[in-house]
Design a protein around this ligand. Structure first.
Ligand code: 4NP
Length: 168
């Protein structure tokens, strides 16, 4: 993976789930690790947020942090809710499931004219193979395997996502 020749301004990606304590902080942490491994620090800016504000200020869920740490990812973000400015600041806003996408579309139409906003809204599974699930399932109310599944799917899709972000 190599950044396009004209890519001097960083490309900005925002990962979004419901609470911003499980799936999107994991996507943020995995994206940082993949970008760093590939020498892309400075070419990409990575953040995450939730469509809801229940957990604002909280660290990632301890179960998610622990599963991520087993694979070498340090999840350090604090939860925040998506803000109208995010649709202008980020080039790509990636929803972890279809409910998140629908909530983002509603928020985008409340925030202003969709055509004038910079961000493109995508589903994370757009970057996964065709036989992958459409949604990255919410692990919050389930058992430990749900957190592993989140990591599996995010690790699978992240290289292609970063590649496409940089090719735009
Ligand atoms: P996330 O998971 O959207 O992946 O951060 C959830 C975290 C918290 C809640 C739901 C989902 N909650 O209902 O508090």
């Amino acid at each position: 993976m190599s950044p396009g020749a004209s890519t001097h301004t960083p490309r900005r990606v925002l990962f979004v789930c419901l609470g911003n304590i499980c799936r999107s902080p994991t996507a943020e942490g995995v994206a940082r690790a993949v970008a760093s491994d590939r020498g892309l620090d400075g070419y990409v800016e990575i953040d995450s947020a939730g469509t809801a504000g229940y957990h604002t200020g909280d660290p990632a869920d301890p179960r998610m942090r622990s599963a991520a740490a087993q694979r070498g990812y340090d999840l350090t973000s604090r939860a925040r809710q998506v803000q109208p400015e995010d649709f202008h600041r980020f080039d790509l806003v990636v929803a972890m499931d279809r409910d998140n996408l629908s909530d983002l579309e509603d928020a985008l139409s409340r925030a202003g004219t969709p055509q004038t906003s910079r961000a493109r809204l995508r589903l994370f599974s757009d970057f996964l193979p065709d036989d992958a699930p459409v949604d990255v399932p919410d692990p919050y109310y389930g058992g430990p395997q749900g957190f592993e599944r989140v990591l599996d799917l995010i690790e699978d899709g992240m290289p292609r996502l970063l590649e496409e972000l940089l090719q735009e």
